[in-house]
Design a protein around this ligand. Structure first.
Ligand SMILES: [Fe+2]
Length: 248
């Protein structure tokens, strides 16, 4: 069944039409969701760290926890006074008021999705902390460690959880959806904004006007609207999904 939603095209954020903005030197960011788009709860971006650059130590106020999902490269992550190296697929939850920072000490670009369950978040910069080196932290969910079936009877689709109650999040739930060629994720609907970003491959919307979202395209689905995607390509497609509420 195909349900045509009016204005659905406007929900899609085409990367080809976007310009990155440097909030921090050497760290261009493409916006995916936020108040600038008229969104009411989600604030999401695709943030690059050029070699030698980073985001200084800071925390967020007003209940703004931040989920940081590594896509590429390797970064030095400071969270809660710990220094841990993070790489592709690792996810870091920084609760409200907890200091965090990322530095690219390598010669390759680093990249992450950053997500807040409110928009716009407020940022307070603070002095660098005393750091203790560590190989893990409860706020850091290692790559691929929470992979499981997407749901009962859904073939060819898996969910890799990134942040939620298991990472200390209070009001954010994020995960990758891996869709095999020829498979579809089920049509879903939530009472809150949902941000979707195509990490790799491409997908076709199975709700509305069969839009093709390629790698780096995004979409924000309004509360109460349905969405679902099929993989009609030949490679596995990976979506990153952000909800401004906790997993149940
Ligand atoms: Fe932050």
């Amino acid at each position: 069944m195909t349900v045509v939603l009016e204005g659905q095209e406007e929900l899609i954020i085409w990367r080809s039409e976007q310009v990155a903005v440097d909030r921090y030197e050497g760290c261009p960011r493409f916006a995916i969701a936020g108040a600038d788009f008229g969104h009411s709860s989600l604030h999401v971006g695709d943030l690059f760290y050029n070699p030698g650059f980073g985001v200084p130590h800071h925390y967020h106020t007003g209940g703004a926890e931040e989920t940081q999902i590594m896509l590429e490269g390797e970064l030095e992550c400071w969270v809660d006074g710990k220094r841990v190296i993070v790489g592709p697929g690792d996810a870091v939850t920084a609760p409200p008021g907890i200091g965090h920072a990322f530095q690219n000490r390598t010669d390759k670009v680093g990249r992450m999705i950053t997500a807040f369950p409110l928009t716009p978040p407020e940022t307070i910069h603070i002095d660098d902390p005393e750091l203790e080196d560590a190989t893990s932290h409860p706020a850091i969910i290692p790559a691929d460690s929470r992979r499981g079936p997407y749901g009962d009877g859904v073939e060819g689709v898996e969910k890799v959880e990134l942040s939620g109650d298991f990472s200390g999040a209070k009001s954010t739930y994020t995960y990758f959806v891996d869709i095999q060629p020829g498979s579809s994720m089920p049509v879903e609907k939530f009472d809150a904004e949902t941000a979707i970003f195509v990490v790799s491959g491409q997908v076709v919307s199975i709700v509305g006007s069969k839009e093709v979202l390629a790698t780096d395209d995004g979409a924000v689905v309004e509360p109460g609207e349905s969405y679902g995607f099929a993989n009609e390509g030949s490679d596995v497609a990976r979506l990153c999904v952000v909800h401004p509420f906790l997993n149940k």
